[in-house]
Ligand binder design. Structure first.
Ligand code: GAP
Length: 443
């Protein structure tokens, strides 16, 4: 994990938040390449779950919601983790369910001291709306995007003209006052989710649950994650959330071990029933023809943007020795790579080459993220692009001036070929649209 963190900092993907003040623990800012990568991950998700389907619509609900939402959803009562405190020297607080009880009793992982009794700690961040800090003004930062979807169920039914099975998809920030955040962007207190609430006739929920597990596993492998780094794990009875009739996690083999990347839950009719009861608004499906009415069940594939990004980075990170020189390369799927192509004039001072390179860059950047780099040795420039995962580099050299061709270098195979400069744009668009899988490698 240290290598990923170092590369993210070195290349401007991710920084510690408020670094000049010593940093805010487990909080991160995303720099240029981080923003592009994150945006591509979200873009691919939107493409797969909305653009390429007929049964899904998009939503962007507010982060701040009526506080009664969180009473009805069960979060005020049940969105808690068991908290223990070290009674020894360090006084640190821990999640009781993350403490090993090897040897029969639990000890503080930091100083070995004894631990207090566990008490339930609510993970929601509270704030106050308006100028007066009183109970009536107390609201929460949403701990999941899901509830914004449930409370809009009726609006969407009315305006999107859908009937079950159909889904509502949303991407947005969520906040949890995690007791033990950590492992870089894996567990933070502010993060982004990509959530789908898929509404189905209750009898069909198990079948849709399975379909979504298959679909979501395929999404990760289609984007280049190695299948042997992914697994589905069904929750045991004791792990299930208060709303769940069955949840399976897609787990990724992070450097910290197998850990949750996405949860796919069969939430039954819990949510729409709870909001119907609490609000008095009937959140149900009524068939205009037959008059049949029912509360749909919900299947929920809930993914983390930051955790997905971390999985893509971990899977893509590769070190190798080429021609006796070490190189670090991010073998990201071209669709999610922050930059698609770099244009590198070989001798920048030569005005002819510089001009051609600038013109090519201007043409390419209209259709994809392209970088122009004329600074320093060509080998150094290639290595920089390898480290940010740019799949292709175009070199403009003396031959370009003679025959209007450029060299295209492939990040993964390092193969180089000459292509006409006039066809470079189409060539790259073709390669961007072509299926891609990670090159074979050792472990
Ligand atoms: N609406 C259901 C829900 O929120 P969840 O399993 O608690 O389910 C869904 O969260 C996903 O959100 C997780 O699989 C994970 O990818 C991401 N996530 C949850 N807590 C997170 C945290 N503290 N930091 C980063 N990502 C988190």
């Amino acid at each position: 994990m240290e290598k990923i963190v170092a590369l993210c900092k070195r290349r401007g993907f991710i920084f510690q938040s408020s670094e000049i003040y010593g940093g805010l623990a487990s909080t991160y800012d995303y720099g240029h390449y981080g923003v592009l990568l994150k945006s591509n991950v979200k873009g691919e998700w939107w493409r797969a779950v909305v653009q390429e389907r007929d049964d899904m619509v998009a939503l962007d609900a507010a982060i701040l919601m009526h506080p009664r939402t969180w009473e009805a959803s069960g979060h005020v009562q049940s969105f808690t983790d068991p908290l223990v405190q070290c009674m020894g020297e360090c006084k640190k607080r821990w999640r009781a369910d993350h403490i090993s009880t090897e040897g029969g009793y639990a000890r503080c992982p930091e100083c070995g001291g004894g631990l207090s009794e566990a008490r339930e700690f609510n993970l929601m961040f509270e704030t106050f709306m308006g100028p007066v800090r009183e109970d009536a003004a107390r609201i929460f930062l949403r701990p999941e995007t899901a509830q914004g979807i449930f409370v809009n169920f009726k609006n969407v039914l009315q305006f999107a003209r859908r009937k079950p099975p159909f889904g509502i998809a949303q991407v947005g920030k969520a906040f949890r006052n995690e007791i033990t955040p950590g492992n870089f962007i894996f567990r933070t207190r502010e993060f982004e989710q990509m959530e789908i609430e898929f509404f189905v006739p209750p009898a069909d929920a198990p079948e849709w649950h399975q379909r979504w597990m298959d679909d979501r596993m395929r999404w990760y492998t289609d984007l280049g994650i190695r299948p042997d780094h992914l697994q589905l794990r069904a929750h045991g009875e004791d792990e299930l959330s208060h709303y769940s009739a069955g949840t399976s996690d897609i787990e990724y083999l992070y450097p910290i071990g197998w850990s949750e990347l996405e949860g796919i839950a069969n939430r039954g009719t819990f949510d729409l029933s709870a909001h119907t009861d609490a609000s008095g608004t009937r959140l149900e499906w009524v068939d205009g023809g037959s008059g049949e009415r029912y509360i749909p069940a919900v299947v929920e594939p809930a993914a983390g943007v930051n955790r997905s990004m971390l999985a893509f980075l971990c899977d893509a990170y590769h070190e190798e020795v080429v021609a006796e020189r070490e190189r670090t390369v991010l073998r990201l799927h071209p669709q999610i790579a922050p930059v698609k192509v770099a244009v590198l004039p070989l001798i920048p001072r030569d005005s002819g080459m510089a001009e051609r390179a600038r013109a090519l860059h201007a043409e390419l950047r209209r259709v994809m993220v392209a970088e122009h780099d004329d600074g320093g040795q060509i080998g150094r420039r290639y290595r920089r692009q390898d480290e940010i995962g740019t799949p292709w580099a175009l070199t403009v050299d003396e031959q370009t001036l003679e025959d209007d061709t450029v060299t295209i270098r492939d990040r993964d195979s390092l193969a180089q070929e000459r292509i006409p400069i006039s066809g470079a744009r189409e060539h790259l668009l073709d390669r961007l649209g072509a299926p891609w899988s990670p090159p074979a490698r050792d472990a």
